[in-house]
Design a protein around this ligand. Structure first.
Ligand SMILES: Nc1ncnc2c1ncn2[C@@H]1O[C@H](COP(=O)(O)OP(=O)(O)OP(=O)(O)O)[C@@H](O)[C@H]1O
Ligand SMILES: [Zn+2]
Length: 722
């Protein structure tokens, strides 16, 4: 018997020792008894002799012949668990596709396919009345189809009926490995301009070694083109490339650019994929059957059998940070992984995070800059529109409407951005001023006209629009502020001849719908595009010449120290949607604070200047990236419990001179779903003392009686304080 350490998916910060019949390779899955359950665990190594060996249990079943997590990924997982102070079993599970967490075999299973049973096909006459079955037979006349394809068009009932009548037969088709290298056929690449060429050369000179780069290129400067040309030699040498993109940025346009350039299949991983489809891409990547894999955050865990390069596009995007469970940052992990696998890594953005920018300016990363737009497109001109004392129609000032009219009359597209979906962000009483609020979150309800409902955007609560004020019973309830629905309604009155489309998470449920809309926009089926953040993410809109930001005042006075950075990124990315082709573009920001230094700096000097100045400010005020932070969060129905818990955590973390503690204080969103929320921040100029402190204190924190009563979490390098 061999003593084996197994990481089990339970919220305990340790692995467990079991007895195994043979020595098992680290990274292999095993089924183990745990309490009265059986869990899928992952072997992390051999255990040293333990005193309590008498009580050890046996491994129930060995699930894999070969490790599902290779050495590098396993080590990465162990590092993740240490760095984010998260239970190791949960970390390793997070790294695997759901199917593998459930214990299904790792090797690809043969596909079930269907074909016509030739001899019997003549009996079609017998099916005269069964139209669907007939159609299915017709469908299969062109050749066999696999179960997924066939089931997309026909119900299981139809297929089963034909199977029973023996008109079709099912057979197993072995999954054939694909040889993408043979099909590799780069085509249609433009000649890079001088800045692009410099960037491509620098990246290519770093093949086969750890070399992180920040590719800081203004919007439309051809960053994607740099990725495309930089990965060509990597693919030609038979190595694989993993590309991370933000959640909403993963559109067919993106994938097609890579597919069309190289003429090979591209593996795609995103959150709406079925578990089986996800597992299939994972297997293909692991077996080296895919040259290019593009995915969102969790794709960073994809195993590559011949890794050649990592790319993180729009590296500043917030969706790379997971905000629950294992709160990892996929960009930071990409750096770690590139280091572990000796790979070049390209972090690209027009609006780099201050963290990455600092790493580039201090020479930890190579710094590649693209300062001009590609293909002769001009930079978008940015303007501030002072709307104080101006008459406002549906959130838009008269002067703004005039500019919009000019662009529309020239047949161009206009993008109107508003950061709130719904009709209006609040409903209030015209008589007493009382606002209708969600009691569980103590925030105003958002009015949604389409369904005549009030929605709480914090907890999802929905209720009918009241007829009377709950406070003074007046029935004069009025909306305050403007959301996408209202703007859509207003603009259709103001510009009845301009076809318009609204793009927010209410109107584009499901990825396919967004893809369809983006397509229609580029075919100029719409002239007015009204939407939220979704519109800012990396889309290429060649016919947009004007971008209007309805209101940016809210973000100017936020308590979150990252608010300015986020606003600057949003505004710059939005501006980047205009004037991308031959027509010049402009952007207008409506504000009540035209002199605000942030807006002035951004509009007059651009993001690059703003960000460098922002770094100086962070340094002076002792904030990340010059300080490392860890956030303890707690929430409870009784505010005192959450607060007291964090006070106790604070005392437990006493006595480390190099660590500063801030709080506990209420979170920016003080109450949500009926729970009061608090936050305690630990901060230090160096990571070392902070992590030592956490290691030392977490067992005691976990053992606090209140720890079982409140919901609490540790967040290393927090990015969101709501
Ligand atoms: N060297 C080049 N010559 C001609 N056209 C180019 C060149 N490089 C890129 N382009 C074109 O310019 C447009 C913008 O390029 P691309 O999408 O790569 O920019 P980007 O920096 O990734 O954009 P963004 O950050 O705004 O999403 C595309 O239509 C692309 O085909
Ligand atoms: Zn609520």
């Amino acid at each position: 018997m061999v003593l084996t350490d197994v990481a089990v998916p339970v919220p305990l910060r340790q692995s467990f020792t079991y007895r195994a019949p043979i020595k098992l390779q680290p990274g292999v899955r095993v089924l183990v008894p745990f309490g009265n359950r059986r869990l899928v665990g992952i072997v992390v190594g051999e255990a040293s002799a333990v005193q309590a060996s008498g009580k050890l249990k046996d491994i129930a079943e060995i699930l894999d012949e070969h490790p599902v997590l290779n050495g590098t990924l396993l080590r990465l997982g162990l590092w993740l668990s240490q760095y984010y102070h998260h239970p190791v079993g949960e970390v390793l599970h997070t790294m695997l596709p759901v199917k593998l967490r459930q214990g299904v075999p790792c090797e690809p299973e043969p596909e079930t396919c269907y074909r016509l049973n030739c001899e019997l096909a003549e009996q079609r006459t017998a099916l005269k009345r069964a139209h669907r079955q007939l159609a299915c037979l017709e469908h299969l006349r062109d050749g066999a189809q696999n179960a997924v394809q066939l089931k997309a068009s026909f119900s299981p009932a139809v297929i089963n009926a034909l199977l029973e009548k023996q008109l079709i037969v099912a057979f197993d088709k072995a999954v054939e490995p694909q040889d993408w290298q043979q099909n590799l056929n780069p085509n249609g690449q433009p000649v890079p301009d001088s800045e692009q060429a410099l960037a491509i050369t620098a990246i290519n000179q770093s093949a086969n070694r750890f070399a992180p780069f920040l590719l800081e290129g203004v919007t439309g400067s051809g960053k994607t083109e740099v990725y495309l040309q930089a990965i060509e030699p990597v693919l030609k040498s038979g190595k694989q490339v993993l590309i991370l993109v933000p959640e909403i940025g993963l559109t067919p346009q993106t994938v097609n650019r890579f597919r069309n350039r190289f003429g090979i299949e591209v593996g795609v991983l995103h959150s709406q994929l079925s578990d089986s489809a996800r597992l299939r891409v994972w297997q293909q990547a692991k077996d080296g059957e895919l040259g290019i894999i593009i995915g969102t955050r969790s794709a960073i865990f994809t195993p590559l059998c011949r890794p050649g390069m990592l790319i993180v596009d729009e590296e500043h995007d917030e969706s790379f940070k997971q905000q629950d469970g294992l709160r990892y940052h996929a960009r930071d992990l990409a750096v770690r992984r590139a280091q572990a696998e000796n790979l070049p890594l390209v972090l690209g953005s027009a609006t780099p995070s201050l963290e990455s920018l600092n790493n580039a300016l201090t020479k930890r990363y190579g710094h590649l800059q693209l300062t001009r737009r590609a293909g002769g497109a001009q930079t978008t001109r940015q303007h501030i529109l002072d709307i104080r004392d101006q008459p406002i129609n549906y959130g838009l000032a008269e002067g703004m409407l005039t500019v919009m009219r000019q662009h529309l009359e020239q047949g161009n597209q206009v993008l109107v951005f508003v950061n709130r979906r719904g009709y209006a962000p609040a409903l209030l009483c015209h008589h007493c001023g009382d606002t209708v609020t969600c009691q569980r979150c103590e925030r105003p309800f958002t009015v949604h006209r389409a369904h005549q409902r009030l929605h709480c955007h914090h907890c999802g609560a929905v209720k009918p629009v009241p007829r009377q004020c709950g406070h003074c019973h007046s029935n004069e309830l009025v909306t305050a502020g403007v959301g996408t629905e209202q703007l859509e309604q207003g603009l259709s009155r103001l510009f009845p001849n301009a076809p318009q489309v609204r793009i927010d998470s209410d109107s584009v449920r499901g990825k396919d719908k967004l893809d369809g809309i983006l397509e229609a926009i580029n075919q100029q089926k719409f002239q007015l595009l009204i939407g939220t953040q979704i519109l800012s993410k990396g889309h290429h809109f060649p016919h947009v010449t004007l971008v209007v930001v309805v209101d940016c005042d809210g973000a100017l006075f936020s308590a979150d120290f990252r608010a300015a950075e986020k606003l600057a990124q949003l505004v710059t990315q939005l501006a980047g949607r205009a004037g991308r082709a031959s027509k010049p573009g402009e952007m207008w920001l409506q504000t009540h604070n035209p002199q605000h230094p942030l807006l002035q700096d951004l509009v007059n000097n651009g993001y690059a200047h703003f960000a460098r100045h922002g770094l100086l400010e962070r340094q002076c005020s002792g904030l990340p990236p010059f300080q490392s932070q860890v956030a303890f969060r707690a929430e409870a129905i009784q505010a005192e419990q959450a607060y007291d818990f964090l006070c106790q955590v604070r005392s437990l973390t006493d006595g480390e001179a190099e660590v500063q503690r801030l709080g506990p204080m209420p979170s920016l969103l003080e109450k949500r779903q009926g729970r009061f929320r608090f936050i305690l921040i630990l901060q230090s100029g160096q990571r070392g003392p902070l992590h030592r402190l956490l290691h030392r204190c977490l067992p005691a924190v976990t053992a606090l009686p209140l720890a079982a009563r409140v919901r609490w979490s540790v967040d290393v390098d927090p990015t969101d304080f709501s």
